[in-house]
Design a protein around this ligand. Structure first.
Ligand SMILES: [Zn+2]
Length: 103
């Protein structure tokens, strides 16, 4: 099978996703660190109660999962978010399309 590449528009979408994904990940990481460091001062973790802290952590992590689920291969529509970590994979494992434009 000849190697397939994305059109520049499809490539733009992937790059845009990567930007969002990376920026959000950094934001969530910083926010989580701040929350964990200051949780006792903020009264979020009072020994046995992880309630408010757990909700905050879940609220920060949920968009990461949503972002991962949103990324689909522009060529075949297969969800590739879970192949990605911070960046989209080089190639779709399902249809073999390279996830960038030719040049
Ligand atoms: Zn594909």
């Amino acid at each position: 099978m000849a190697a397939q590449y994305l059109t520049p528009e499809q490539d733009d979408k992937i790059r845009q996703w990567e930007r969002w994904n990376r920026n959000y990940f950094i934001f969530a990481f910083v926010a989580l660190t701040v929350i964990l460091v200051f949780s006792s001062q903020l009264g979020l973790s009072s020994g046995e109660s992880w309630g408010p802290l757990g909700v905050l952590i879940a609220a920060l992590i949920t968009p990461i999962i949503v972002l991962q689920l949103k990324l689909a291969c522009p060529a075949c529509g297969h969800k590739i978010g879970w192949q990605a970590k911070l960046m989209a994979p080089d190639q779709c494992k399902t249809c073999g399309t390279f996830l960038r434009s030719r040049d």
